[in-house]
Ligand binder design. Sequence first.
Ligand code: GLV
Length: 325
Amino acid sequence: MARPLIVVTGWIPQAGMDVLATAGDVVVSPADDPQRADRLSAAAAIVTLLTDRVDHALLDAAPSLQIVANVAVGHDNIDIAACHARGVHVTNTPGVLTDATADLAMGLILMSTRRLGEGERLVRSGEPWAWSMSMMLGTGVQGRRLGIIGMGGIGTALARRARAFGLSVVYHNRRRVDRAVEDELAAELLDLDDLLATSDIVSLHCPHTDATHHLIDRSALETMKRSAHLVNTARGPIVDEAALVAALAGGTIAGAALDVFEHEPDVHPALRSSDRVVLLPHLGSATVETRDAMATTAARNVVAVLDGGAPLTPVLPPKGDVGVS
Ligand code: GLV
């Protein structure tokens, strides 16, 4: 019997490829592959990256598809309802990138509040500089309040790191987290406006959905403290980037640190030229260990489904729920 065809849309770590090879014939077929249509037409599984769009057009081209295994925890690149309507499983990679992303968010908090990107640019520029008492002063994080929007695994992991740095934690979430976690972190659930109005740093950890698109818009930015910093390691379109540009230029907030962008990989030119913002190229999960774990999680989902079993980490159909985590 012919082995099932598994299409992988771009490079993934060998650890994932090795697992996939146990379940079928594996081809790497990016969007510009001239043989892509043929390959999709025979594919039983597709392993996608967060830059791939999985929509009706792709599903029409892949009538034998059983599973879309996204190598990411986020899945706003996939039309989940369309997949489920055709009986195609969708999976993501929760858990395995929690620490890497929380580490990066903590790093961005420090970069923004302590002006680390600006300092690095100064040294690299070759401009003369000399230490002085007043040079490039930032603000300390100790005793400040961190507001976490989306208290899932990554938000909670960031809260743990932030507590170790002396920050207090409030959060906004669809539902209250376990009492034990709230107690451990001394974290308080607030409504969105209260969180925005009282936090010194606001960090986004919710999925990008219709409900969270432009959650941080002009009005949200105006609700924040003028001294506040915004950190986004979730998805770019949760923030209205034009409104953020205006808020940074007008001093509505003090600074921002972004790992993701509304029109990724394009970055608004005004952000590139602003010293008030730290910019990273979507590095949240970018460690060797994490990417290995993401690839093998996606691959194990493919193996489970092609073996006739249930996916290990399914993304369930949308329920019309409008929460942030
Ligand atoms: C990264 O952004 C992910 O969703 O895994």
